[in-house]
Write a protein that binds this ligand. Structure first.
Ligand code: BV8
Length: 258
């Protein structure tokens, strides 16, 4: 039985000038990218992502952390955006001011076509010098793991925000102002646990936005929002776009973004 989409939500979204969306790992689950809380598979099943995604883990065992990210990079490179991603790309074209704020590091929103996007936790496909944070696009072939920065010789690392590290100031500032200014705020596929991202829906709520959660599970956010669509993003997002703007939902690539 498909849960219906409340008419009040459709009306609020249709009338909205500014919409902000916060996505978490659940949006990429239907692309086959495991969420952070799902047990990891194979070799990685024995590790807790929250332990591995830390500066101390990288200091202690840079090879292990680099190899974990190399495995995840391979996963996301093979993955394809799903109808949930494409619906958000369609929504960006249908709303006067649309800001996509993602906690995901898999780059799938960009491949689906979203442009006005904030990557709060970085992007696993970018590599940076672990000493000065400058992006590095290529380095001499080496057997050493992790490879080293061609400029200074420090280890290279993924350009993601680890637990205990600050978020990029610009990204967070953009996300907070979008949350405070929007008419409708959607929290999609996030367990609403990781801070400071998890505070964004509450910022929107306090500023008077209509707040929505799309998640098959209940989260700490569920009791605060105005609407809960309890189901998968890949189903509800296209339906929400189609119901709000009939005849427009994109469930496939408008253009192929390589
Ligand atoms: C910070 C990049 C200031 C890396 C990530 C003690 C010491 C230090 C810090 C802290 C501390 N205590 C608390 C903190 C703050 C900490 C934090 O929040 N901890 C939590 C665990 C309490 N935060 C930080 O450290 C942040 N920095 O605060 O700086 C500071 C500095 C020093 C000291 C103190 C403070 C940095 C946080 C960023 C961490 N990096 N990612 C990488 O990816 O490897 S976060 C990482 O986890 C992911 O990016 C993701 O964002 C997050 C997991 O959250 P979700 O995306 O929500 O995914 P999750 O798996 O949890 O949930 C998936 C959801 O999807 C579920 O609800 C599920 O039901 C749903 N779902 C499943 N299928 C579907 C679906 N939904 C829809 N459709 C489906 N089909």
């Amino acid at each position: 039985m498909q849960e219906s989409i409340p008419e009040a939500l459709v009306n609020a979204l249709r009338a909205a000038r500014k919409v902000a969306v916060l996505t978490g790992a659940g949006v990429s689950a239907e692309s086959g990218v495991p969420t952070f809380r799902e047990a990891q598979t194979g070799l990685w099943a024995q590790y807790d992502p929250q332990e591995l995604a830390t500066p101390s883990a990288f200091r202690r065992n840079p090879r292990l952390v680099w190899e974990w990210y190399a495995w995840r990079r391979e996963l996301v490179t093979q993955a394809q955006p799903n109808p949930g991603h494409f619906a958000l790309a369609a929504m960006e074209q249908l709303v006067p001011e649309f800001t996509l704020i993602t906690q995901n590091v898999d780059g799938l929103h960009a491949r689906a076509g979203n442009q006005n996007m904030v990557e709060l936790h970085g992007n696993i496909l970018r590599i940076k010098c672990s000493a000065d944070g400058r992006l590095v696009t290529d380095w001499p072939p080496t057997e050493e793991v992790p490879p080293r920065c061609p400029q200074c010789g420090s280890y290279l690392r993924p350009d993601v925000v680890w637990f205990g590290e600050n978020l990029p100031y610009e990204a967070l500032a953009t996300a907070v102002s979008a949350a405070r200014a929007c008419d409708v705020f959607l929290a999609v596929g996030t367990s609403a646990i990781v801070q400071p991202a998890a505070s964004l829906p509450l910022e929107a709520l306090q500023a008077g936005a209509v707040t929505v959660e799309i998640n098959p599970q209940t989260t700490p956010l569920s009791r605060h929002v105005a609407f809960v669509l309890a189901g998968p993003a890949g189903e509800f997002l296209p339906r929400l776009v189609e119901t709000t703007w009939p005849g427009t939902a994109a469930t496939g690539p408008a253009e192929i973004f390589t």
